[in-house]
Design a protein around this ligand. Structure first.
Ligand code: GTP
Ligand code: IMP
Ligand code: MG
Length: 363
Protein backbone atom coordinates (compact mmCIF):
# COMPACT_ATOMS: atom_id res chain seq x y z
CA UNK A 1 0.00 0.00 0.00
CA UNK A 2 1.21 3.54 -0.75
CA UNK A 3 2.45 5.64 2.10
CA UNK A 4 -0.05 8.32 3.00
CA UNK A 5 0.36 11.85 4.31
CA UNK A 6 -1.41 13.57 7.17
CA UNK A 7 -3.92 16.41 7.14
CA UNK A 8 -3.53 19.11 9.80
CA UNK A 9 -6.41 21.35 10.87
CA UNK A 10 -5.31 24.50 12.67
CA UNK A 11 -6.72 27.85 13.80
CA UNK A 12 -5.84 30.99 11.83
CA UNK A 13 -7.05 33.76 14.15
CA UNK A 14 -7.27 33.68 17.99
CA UNK A 15 -8.65 30.19 18.68
CA UNK A 16 -12.31 29.18 18.96
CA UNK A 17 -12.60 29.27 15.16
CA UNK A 18 -14.70 26.12 15.30
CA UNK A 19 -11.92 23.59 14.71
CA UNK A 20 -13.82 21.05 16.81
CA UNK A 21 -16.84 21.24 14.55
CA UNK A 22 -14.65 20.95 11.43
CA UNK A 23 -12.81 17.92 12.82
CA UNK A 24 -16.08 16.23 13.73
CA UNK A 25 -17.24 16.71 10.12
CA UNK A 26 -13.96 15.45 8.65
CA UNK A 27 -13.90 12.46 10.99
CA UNK A 28 -17.39 11.45 9.85
CA UNK A 29 -16.90 12.23 6.18
CA UNK A 30 -13.30 11.18 5.47
CA UNK A 31 -13.25 8.17 7.79
CA UNK A 32 -9.68 8.66 9.09
CA UNK A 33 -7.95 5.67 10.68
CA UNK A 34 -6.24 7.97 13.13
CA UNK A 35 -7.27 11.26 14.74
CA UNK A 36 -4.52 12.85 16.81
CA UNK A 37 -4.79 15.83 19.08
CA UNK A 38 -2.02 18.45 19.07
CA UNK A 39 -1.86 21.90 20.69
CA UNK A 40 -1.11 23.25 24.13
CA UNK A 41 -3.45 21.23 26.38
CA UNK A 42 -6.71 21.58 28.31
CA UNK A 43 -6.78 25.38 27.87
CA UNK A 44 -8.53 24.51 24.59
CA UNK A 45 -12.23 23.82 24.50
CA UNK A 46 -13.64 22.39 21.31
CA UNK A 47 -17.44 22.37 21.19
CA UNK A 48 -19.04 19.65 19.10
CA UNK A 49 -22.40 18.01 18.68
CA UNK A 50 -22.96 14.33 18.19
CA UNK A 51 -26.28 12.53 18.13
CA UNK A 52 -28.02 15.56 19.66
CA UNK A 53 -25.56 15.82 22.55
CA UNK A 54 -23.14 18.73 23.14
CA UNK A 55 -19.54 18.02 24.15
CA UNK A 56 -16.95 20.61 25.30
CA UNK A 57 -13.77 18.63 24.78
CA UNK A 58 -10.49 19.77 26.33
CA UNK A 59 -8.45 16.58 25.93
CA UNK A 60 -10.19 13.91 23.83
CA UNK A 61 -9.82 14.40 20.05
CA UNK A 62 -12.99 15.77 18.43
CA UNK A 63 -12.94 12.97 15.89
CA UNK A 64 -14.04 10.54 18.62
CA UNK A 65 -17.48 10.21 17.02
CA UNK A 66 -16.11 7.89 14.33
CA UNK A 67 -15.75 4.55 16.09
CA UNK A 68 -13.30 3.31 13.42
CA UNK A 69 -10.75 5.95 14.32
CA UNK A 70 -7.94 5.39 16.78
CA UNK A 71 -7.39 8.44 18.91
CA UNK A 72 -4.05 9.80 20.09
CA UNK A 73 -2.79 12.67 22.19
CA UNK A 74 0.69 13.72 21.10
CA UNK A 75 3.72 14.18 23.36
CA UNK A 76 3.65 17.97 22.93
CA UNK A 77 0.23 18.23 24.56
CA UNK A 78 -0.10 18.85 28.31
CA UNK A 79 -2.38 16.30 29.95
CA UNK A 80 -4.64 16.97 32.92
CA UNK A 81 -5.35 13.38 34.07
CA UNK A 82 -8.69 14.17 35.78
CA UNK A 83 -9.98 16.04 32.79
CA UNK A 84 -8.75 13.29 30.42
CA UNK A 85 -10.27 10.40 32.41
CA UNK A 86 -13.63 12.20 32.74
CA UNK A 87 -13.79 12.85 29.01
CA UNK A 88 -12.80 9.27 28.17
CA UNK A 89 -15.76 8.11 30.28
CA UNK A 90 -18.20 10.60 28.72
CA UNK A 91 -17.08 9.81 25.16
CA UNK A 92 -16.78 6.05 25.84
CA UNK A 93 -13.46 5.89 24.05
CA UNK A 94 -11.47 3.60 26.36
CA UNK A 95 -9.70 0.92 24.33
CA UNK A 96 -9.07 3.16 21.31
CA UNK A 97 -7.63 6.30 22.89
CA UNK A 98 -3.94 6.61 23.72
CA UNK A 99 -1.65 9.20 25.28
CA UNK A 100 2.02 9.54 24.47
CA UNK A 101 4.10 8.36 27.41
CA UNK A 102 6.07 11.64 27.27
CA UNK A 103 3.12 14.00 27.65
CA UNK A 104 3.78 16.39 30.56
CA UNK A 105 1.25 16.36 33.39
CA UNK A 106 -0.72 19.29 34.80
CA UNK A 107 -1.09 19.13 38.57
CA UNK A 108 -3.04 21.22 41.11
CA UNK A 109 -0.12 23.56 41.71
CA UNK A 110 -0.01 24.54 38.02
CA UNK A 111 -3.67 25.54 38.08
CA UNK A 112 -3.18 27.40 41.36
CA UNK A 113 -0.17 29.29 39.99
CA UNK A 114 -2.08 30.14 36.82
CA UNK A 115 -5.01 31.59 38.77
CA UNK A 116 -3.08 33.33 41.56
CA UNK A 117 -0.36 34.98 39.47
CA UNK A 118 -1.64 38.50 38.73
CA UNK A 119 0.48 38.85 35.59
CA UNK A 120 -0.95 35.68 34.05
CA UNK A 121 -4.49 36.06 35.32
CA UNK A 122 -5.05 39.80 34.93
CA UNK A 123 -2.59 40.97 32.29
CA UNK A 124 -2.49 37.98 29.93
CA UNK A 125 -5.97 36.79 30.88
CA UNK A 126 -5.13 33.09 30.80
CA UNK A 127 -7.69 30.31 30.99
CA UNK A 128 -6.45 29.31 34.47
CA UNK A 129 -6.02 25.71 33.30
CA UNK A 130 -2.39 25.53 34.46
CA UNK A 131 -0.88 25.27 30.98
CA UNK A 132 1.57 28.20 31.20
CA UNK A 133 3.08 27.17 34.58
CA UNK A 134 3.24 23.53 33.41
CA UNK A 135 5.08 24.43 30.21
CA UNK A 136 7.45 26.60 32.25
CA UNK A 137 8.16 23.60 34.48
CA UNK A 138 8.60 21.44 31.44
CA UNK A 139 11.26 23.84 30.16
CA UNK A 140 12.88 23.62 33.60
CA UNK A 141 12.85 19.82 33.16
CA UNK A 142 11.18 19.17 36.51
CA UNK A 143 7.64 18.22 35.39
CA UNK A 144 6.12 14.77 35.75
CA UNK A 145 5.40 12.79 32.56
CA UNK A 146 2.42 10.58 31.69
CA UNK A 147 4.55 7.45 32.14
CA UNK A 148 4.84 8.37 35.85
CA UNK A 149 1.06 8.42 36.44
CA UNK A 150 -0.41 4.94 37.33
CA UNK A 151 -3.99 5.96 36.32
CA UNK A 152 -2.77 6.59 32.79
CA UNK A 153 -0.92 3.24 32.52
CA UNK A 154 -3.43 1.54 30.22
CA UNK A 155 -3.55 4.53 27.87
CA UNK A 156 0.17 4.94 27.26
CA UNK A 157 1.63 4.66 23.77
CA UNK A 158 4.53 5.73 21.61
CA UNK A 159 2.42 8.09 19.51
CA UNK A 160 5.04 8.97 16.83
CA UNK A 161 5.68 5.25 16.27
CA UNK A 162 1.96 4.50 15.97
CA UNK A 163 1.18 7.45 13.70
CA UNK A 164 4.21 7.08 11.40
CA UNK A 165 3.55 3.33 11.09
CA UNK A 166 -0.10 4.06 10.22
CA UNK A 167 1.03 6.54 7.54
CA UNK A 168 3.51 4.03 6.10
CA UNK A 169 0.69 1.51 5.78
CA UNK A 170 -1.32 4.02 3.74
CA UNK A 171 -3.75 4.85 6.53
CA UNK A 172 -5.48 8.20 6.83
CA UNK A 173 -4.30 10.50 9.61
CA UNK A 174 -6.08 13.66 10.74
CA UNK A 175 -4.33 16.00 13.17
CA UNK A 176 -6.30 18.54 15.16
CA UNK A 177 -4.45 21.52 16.55
CA UNK A 178 -5.88 23.89 19.13
CA UNK A 179 -5.82 27.62 19.93
CA UNK A 180 -5.05 29.90 16.98
CA UNK A 181 -2.21 31.62 15.19
CA UNK A 182 -2.61 34.99 16.97
CA UNK A 183 -2.02 33.18 20.29
CA UNK A 184 1.30 31.66 19.19
CA UNK A 185 4.13 32.20 21.67
CA UNK A 186 6.42 32.85 18.68
CA UNK A 187 4.23 34.63 16.12
CA UNK A 188 1.23 35.94 18.04
CA UNK A 189 0.54 39.19 19.87
CA UNK A 190 3.20 38.68 22.57
CA UNK A 191 2.89 38.84 25.58
CA UNK A 192 -0.85 38.24 25.11
CA UNK A 193 -0.33 34.71 23.89
CA UNK A 194 -0.40 31.12 25.06
CA UNK A 195 2.61 29.14 26.28
CA UNK A 196 3.62 27.48 22.99
CA UNK A 197 3.68 28.00 19.24
CA UNK A 198 0.31 27.19 17.67
CA UNK A 199 1.22 26.78 14.00
CA UNK A 200 0.83 23.67 11.84
CA UNK A 201 4.54 22.84 12.14
CA UNK A 202 4.18 22.74 15.92
CA UNK A 203 1.15 20.45 15.56
CA UNK A 204 3.26 18.04 13.48
CA UNK A 205 5.99 18.16 16.15
CA UNK A 206 3.40 17.62 18.91
CA UNK A 207 2.41 14.34 17.26
CA UNK A 208 5.89 13.38 16.14
CA UNK A 209 5.65 13.44 12.35
CA UNK A 210 8.10 15.24 10.09
CA UNK A 211 7.15 18.04 7.64
CA UNK A 212 7.56 15.64 4.70
CA UNK A 213 4.62 13.59 6.00
CA UNK A 214 2.05 16.37 5.77
CA UNK A 215 -0.22 16.59 2.72
CA UNK A 216 -2.64 19.35 3.58
CA UNK A 217 -2.87 22.16 6.09
CA UNK A 218 -6.45 23.35 6.50
CA UNK A 219 -6.50 26.69 8.30
CA UNK A 220 -9.81 27.52 9.96
CA UNK A 221 -11.21 31.04 10.37
CA UNK A 222 -14.59 32.22 11.56
CA UNK A 223 -16.42 34.43 9.06
CA UNK A 224 -15.49 37.23 11.48
CA UNK A 225 -12.84 37.48 14.19
CA UNK A 226 -13.24 36.77 17.91
CA UNK A 227 -10.84 36.93 20.81
CA UNK A 228 -11.19 35.86 24.44
CA UNK A 229 -8.74 37.13 27.07
CA UNK A 230 -6.51 40.19 26.89
CA UNK A 231 -4.51 41.46 23.92
CA UNK A 232 -4.89 43.59 20.82
CA UNK A 233 -7.49 42.91 18.16
CA UNK A 234 -7.80 44.73 14.85
CA UNK A 235 -11.20 45.85 13.50
CA UNK A 236 -12.90 45.63 16.90
CA UNK A 237 -16.52 46.68 16.48
CA UNK A 238 -17.63 49.32 18.96
CA UNK A 239 -20.24 52.05 19.12
CA UNK A 240 -18.10 54.28 16.90
CA UNK A 241 -16.32 51.92 14.47
CA UNK A 242 -19.56 50.16 13.53
CA UNK A 243 -20.24 53.17 11.28
CA UNK A 244 -17.55 51.82 8.92
CA UNK A 245 -19.19 48.40 8.59
CA UNK A 246 -22.60 48.11 6.86
CA UNK A 247 -22.57 44.34 7.46
CA UNK A 248 -22.23 44.82 11.22
CA UNK A 249 -24.97 47.45 11.21
CA UNK A 250 -27.27 44.76 9.77
CA UNK A 251 -26.17 42.22 12.41
CA UNK A 252 -26.73 44.79 15.17
CA UNK A 253 -30.23 45.50 13.87
CA UNK A 254 -31.09 41.82 14.13
CA UNK A 255 -29.58 41.63 17.63
CA UNK A 256 -31.63 44.62 18.76
CA UNK A 257 -34.77 43.10 17.24
CA UNK A 258 -34.18 40.20 19.64
CA UNK A 259 -34.31 42.68 22.55
CA UNK A 260 -30.56 42.88 23.24
CA UNK A 261 -29.19 46.21 24.47
CA UNK A 262 -25.95 47.69 25.85
CA UNK A 263 -22.53 48.55 24.38
CA UNK A 264 -22.30 47.42 20.74
CA UNK A 265 -19.59 44.80 21.19
CA UNK A 266 -21.37 43.20 24.17
CA UNK A 267 -24.59 43.04 22.18
CA UNK A 268 -22.85 41.44 19.19
CA UNK A 269 -20.99 38.97 21.39
CA UNK A 270 -24.22 37.88 23.10
CA UNK A 271 -26.18 37.76 19.85
CA UNK A 272 -23.52 35.59 18.19
CA UNK A 273 -23.29 33.32 21.26
CA UNK A 274 -19.60 34.09 21.73
CA UNK A 275 -18.70 32.63 25.14
CA UNK A 276 -15.46 30.78 25.95
CA UNK A 277 -15.89 26.99 26.15
CA UNK A 278 -13.40 26.61 29.02
CA UNK A 279 -13.90 29.83 31.00
CA UNK A 280 -17.37 31.07 30.00
CA UNK A 281 -15.87 34.54 29.35
CA UNK A 282 -17.40 36.73 26.65
CA UNK A 283 -15.44 36.77 23.39
CA UNK A 284 -14.81 40.14 21.76
CA UNK A 285 -16.06 40.46 18.20
CA UNK A 286 -14.27 42.06 15.25
CA UNK A 287 -14.61 42.28 11.50
CA UNK A 288 -12.68 39.59 9.59
CA UNK A 289 -8.96 40.31 10.06
CA UNK A 290 -7.60 39.76 6.53
CA UNK A 291 -4.06 40.80 7.39
CA UNK A 292 -3.72 38.31 10.22
CA UNK A 293 -5.43 35.68 8.06
CA UNK A 294 -2.97 36.21 5.20
CA UNK A 295 0.03 36.11 7.50
CA UNK A 296 -1.17 33.03 9.35
CA UNK A 297 -1.95 31.25 6.07
CA UNK A 298 1.64 31.96 5.05
CA UNK A 299 3.33 30.73 8.26
CA UNK A 300 1.01 27.72 8.47
CA UNK A 301 1.68 26.80 4.83
CA UNK A 302 -2.07 26.67 4.29
CA UNK A 303 -3.19 24.60 1.31
CA UNK A 304 -6.90 25.09 2.05
CA UNK A 305 -9.09 27.37 4.12
CA UNK A 306 -12.22 26.51 6.05
CA UNK A 307 -14.65 29.30 6.99
CA UNK A 308 -17.02 28.65 9.90
CA UNK A 309 -20.03 30.44 11.39
CA UNK A 310 -21.08 31.89 8.04
CA UNK A 311 -24.70 31.52 9.18
CA UNK A 312 -24.12 33.73 12.20
CA UNK A 313 -23.56 36.87 10.13
CA UNK A 314 -25.60 35.71 7.12
CA UNK A 315 -28.61 33.96 8.71
CA UNK A 316 -30.07 33.17 5.27
CA UNK A 317 -27.19 30.67 4.90
CA UNK A 318 -28.13 28.60 7.96
CA UNK A 319 -27.56 24.86 7.28
CA UNK A 320 -27.05 25.44 3.54
CA UNK A 321 -25.14 22.52 2.06
CA UNK A 322 -24.46 23.64 -1.54
CA UNK A 323 -22.31 26.60 -2.56
CA UNK A 324 -24.81 27.72 -5.21
CA UNK A 325 -27.48 28.09 -2.55
CA UNK A 326 -25.50 30.65 -0.56
CA UNK A 327 -26.65 34.28 -0.77
CA UNK A 328 -24.74 36.63 -3.07
CA UNK A 329 -23.34 38.60 -0.11
CA UNK A 330 -22.09 35.41 1.58
CA UNK A 331 -20.42 34.22 -1.65
CA UNK A 332 -18.82 37.63 -1.95
CA UNK A 333 -17.40 37.32 1.56
CA UNK A 334 -15.95 33.86 0.81
CA UNK A 335 -14.45 35.08 -2.49
CA UNK A 336 -12.83 38.07 -0.79
CA UNK A 337 -11.22 35.84 1.86
CA UNK A 338 -9.82 33.50 -0.82
CA UNK A 339 -8.53 36.43 -2.90
CA UNK A 340 -6.93 38.31 -0.03
CA UNK A 341 -5.22 35.27 1.49
CA UNK A 342 -4.34 33.65 -1.85
CA UNK A 343 -5.61 30.28 -0.58
CA UNK A 344 -8.71 28.42 -1.80
CA UNK A 345 -11.69 28.18 0.55
CA UNK A 346 -12.68 24.53 0.31
CA UNK A 347 -14.86 24.03 3.39
CA UNK A 348 -17.67 26.32 4.53
CA UNK A 349 -19.50 25.68 7.77
CA UNK A 350 -23.09 26.91 7.99
CA UNK A 351 -24.12 25.68 11.43
CA UNK A 352 -22.77 23.96 14.54
CA UNK A 353 -23.80 20.43 13.54
CA UNK A 354 -21.27 18.24 11.69
CA UNK A 355 -23.58 17.97 8.68
CA UNK A 356 -23.86 21.77 8.26
CA UNK A 357 -20.98 21.88 5.81
CA UNK A 358 -20.31 22.82 2.19
CA UNK A 359 -17.43 20.66 1.01
CA UNK A 360 -15.68 21.92 -2.14
CA UNK A 361 -12.59 19.71 -1.87
CA UNK A 362 -11.73 17.94 -5.09
CA UNK A 363 -11.03 14.55 -3.57
P1 GTP B 1 -10.24 26.00 20.54
O1 GTP B 1 -9.48 24.75 20.37
O2 GTP B 1 -10.53 26.34 21.98
O3 GTP B 1 -9.58 27.13 19.85
O4 GTP B 1 -11.77 25.85 19.98
P2 GTP B 1 -12.51 25.53 18.60
O5 GTP B 1 -11.78 26.11 17.45
O6 GTP B 1 -12.84 24.10 18.52
O7 GTP B 1 -13.86 26.38 18.75
P3 GTP B 1 -14.96 26.38 19.92
O8 GTP B 1 -15.65 25.09 19.88
O9 GTP B 1 -14.38 26.85 21.20
O10 GTP B 1 -15.90 27.58 19.43
C1 GTP B 1 -16.60 27.58 18.24
C2 GTP B 1 -18.10 27.74 18.52
O11 GTP B 1 -18.78 27.94 17.30
C3 GTP B 1 -18.73 26.50 19.13
O12 GTP B 1 -19.76 26.90 19.99
C4 GTP B 1 -19.30 25.74 17.92
O13 GTP B 1 -20.42 24.93 18.23
C5 GTP B 1 -19.73 26.89 17.07
N1 GTP B 1 -19.68 26.67 15.61
C6 GTP B 1 -18.67 26.12 14.88
N2 GTP B 1 -18.95 26.21 13.57
C7 GTP B 1 -20.15 26.83 13.49
C8 GTP B 1 -20.97 27.27 12.40
O14 GTP B 1 -20.62 27.12 11.23
N3 GTP B 1 -22.13 27.90 12.70
C9 GTP B 1 -22.55 28.12 13.97
N4 GTP B 1 -23.72 28.73 14.18
N5 GTP B 1 -21.79 27.74 15.02
C10 GTP B 1 -20.62 27.12 14.77
P1 IMP C 1 -3.41 30.18 28.48
O1 IMP C 1 -3.20 29.39 27.24
O2 IMP C 1 -4.43 29.60 29.40
O3 IMP C 1 -2.10 30.49 29.18
O4 IMP C 1 -3.99 31.62 28.05
C1 IMP C 1 -3.23 32.56 27.29
C2 IMP C 1 -4.14 33.30 26.31
O5 IMP C 1 -4.59 32.40 25.31
C3 IMP C 1 -5.40 33.92 26.93
O6 IMP C 1 -5.70 35.10 26.21
C4 IMP C 1 -6.47 32.86 26.64
O7 IMP C 1 -7.76 33.42 26.61
C5 IMP C 1 -6.02 32.38 25.27
N1 IMP C 1 -6.41 30.98 24.96
C6 IMP C 1 -5.78 29.85 25.36
N2 IMP C 1 -6.39 28.77 24.84
C7 IMP C 1 -7.42 29.22 24.10
C8 IMP C 1 -8.40 28.57 23.29
O8 IMP C 1 -8.43 27.36 23.13
N3 IMP C 1 -9.30 29.37 22.67
C9 IMP C 1 -9.25 30.73 22.78
N4 IMP C 1 -8.35 31.39 23.51
C10 IMP C 1 -7.44 30.64 24.17
MG1 MG D 1 -12.47 26.90 22.08
Amino acid sequence: MDANKAVIVTGGHFGDEGKGKVISYLAGNDNPDVVARAGVGPNAGHTIYKDGKEYGLRMVPCGFGNRNSKLYIGAGVLVDPNCFLKEVAVTETEGRIFVDKRCAIIEDRHREQDSSNAYLKEKVGTTGSGCGPANAERANRTIKLAQDVPELGKFLADVPLEVNTALSKGKKVLIEASQGFGLSLFYGTYPYVTSKDTSASMAATDIGIGPTRVKDVIVVYKAYTTRVGAGPMQHFIDDKSIEEYPLWQDVLKEAKAKGLSGPVNDVLSRYLGERGTVTGRARRVGDFDYELAKYSAMVNGATQICITCLDKIFPECKSVKAYDKLSARAKDHIRTIAERTGVPVTLISTGPLPEDMIDLRSS
